[in-house]
Design a protein around this ligand. Structure first.
Ligand code: AHG
Ligand code: MN
Ligand code: MN
Length: 344
């Protein structure tokens, strides 16, 4: 009798190690870094799971660089990521939605060859209502030669991302990542404190059956965007009932995760009053674009690939259309057509 390997006993640390073995000569720093992130995720998941019982709900009373009210869980998640990531010398720089400037990390040896950018707690407006939220991250290799990291290390296009992923704190807690060899999902077993492989090699359906957009912004969309969303509802041939169904959670990670598994498109277009859209390129759009593309999907800013955008600043905002490749490409094509939606 031969012992068959049991995938669901594969935890995320061993999976990352297997990915490392695909790169002979790898130092193990990236493996260690991804392990640190999954460790931070477990600590954050523990606080999220009983947030209502401890004094961790609600706002801190502070305002962040985005001009948004900082929630206690934003602060806790940010502090946890900083504590777990900045301690072993693999990183030269950390960038967070909750930090105005990048945090240069130097252990004297200045040898940290990676940098991590992250949104420590995505979907903050949903925290107090117990609606699922998440954490988003991306890891880059430094471009500056040595010493503490520099701003130019973080202003790289998403196409340079070495590994990216997210955690969704929902009915279960999941860790989803790619290091360039497929997109893989792990579900936290709180009883043993392990993320166990549950979704191997995720692929997103080519066409969307779901569209996710905040329709409350519709009065401020362009005519063209209004027609695009109308077509998504009615089907591209305009037949009522043949289009997408609507789902909008208001946490990017949760909307993205559902669309990744079921097939769907998430839209956060520019509007007259928010000309660059609401979402941030460096630690929201680009990491999820890396995941989308490695799962067979696509992410666009309306003109072209999110992964081609080189950020001018760490908190730069960008319009975002992400999910099923066929549907996002269709949106991009319609946005390039000046006649589409004209005269409606
Ligand atoms: P964050 O909580 O990190 O600021 O992100 C919130 C984002 C994103 O999660 C979500 O898709 C979007 O804000 C929702 O915006 P609206 O409430 O304007 O729809
Ligand atoms: Mn966010
Ligand atoms: Mn956030």
């Amino acid at each position: 009798m031969t012992l068959q390997p049991s995938h669901n006993l594969m935890n995320v640390e061993n999976h990352i190690l297997e990915m490392q073995n695909l790169h002979p000569g790898a130092s193990g720093d990236l493996t260690s870094l991804l392990g640190d992130i999954s460790f931070a995720a477990k600590i954050i998941a523990r606080e999220v799971s009983h947030a209502g019982l401890v004094d961790i709900l609600g706002a801190t009373g502070d305002e962040n660089v985005q001009g948004e009210q900082v929630q206690k869980l934003d602060e806790y998640a940010n502090a946890t990521m900083l504590r777990c990531l900045g301690r072993k010398g693999q990183v030269c720089l950390l960038g967070s939605e909750e930090l105005e400037d990048v945090l240069e990390v130097d252990f004297g040896s200045g040898s940290g060859k990676y940098l991590v950018v992250f949104d420590p707690l995505d979907g903050s407006s949903n925290i107090d209502a117990n609606v699922s939220i998440g954490t988003i991250f991306a890891i880059y290799a430094r471009v500056s030669p040595h010493g503490p990291g520099q701003l130019r290390d973080v202003l790289q296009s998403g196409s340079k991302i070495v590994a990216a992923g997210y955690v969704v704190y929902g009915s279960s807690t999941m860790f989803v990542y790619t290091a360039g060899h497929g997109v893989h999902g792990f579900t936290l077993d709180p009883g043993i404190g392990e993320f166990l492989l549950s979704h191997q090699n995720i692929k997103i359906p080519f066409e969307a059956g779901i569209y996710s957009v905040n329709e409350g912004n519709e009065p401020r969309w362009t005519q063209q965007m209004k027609e695009i969303v109308r077509k998504l509802k009615y089907g591209c041939d305009g037949t009522a009932g043949k289009g997408c169904t609507a789902r909008y959670i208001g946490s990017l990670v949760s909307d993205f995760h559902r669309n990744l598994l079921y097939g769907g498109v998430f839209l956060y277009p520019a509007t007259e009053d928010v000309p660059n859209g609401k979402l941030r390129l460096v630690y929201e759009a680009a990491p999820l674009a890396m995941i989308a593309e490695h799962a067979g999907g696509y992410a666009s800013d309306g003109n072209g690939p999110i992964l081609d955008r080189i950020p001018d600043s760490i908190h730069e905002r960008v319009p975002l259309f992400i999910g099923s490749r066929g549907t996002v490409l269709w949106i991009e094509k319609k946005m390039a057509d000046p006649e589409f939606g004209a005269g409606l």
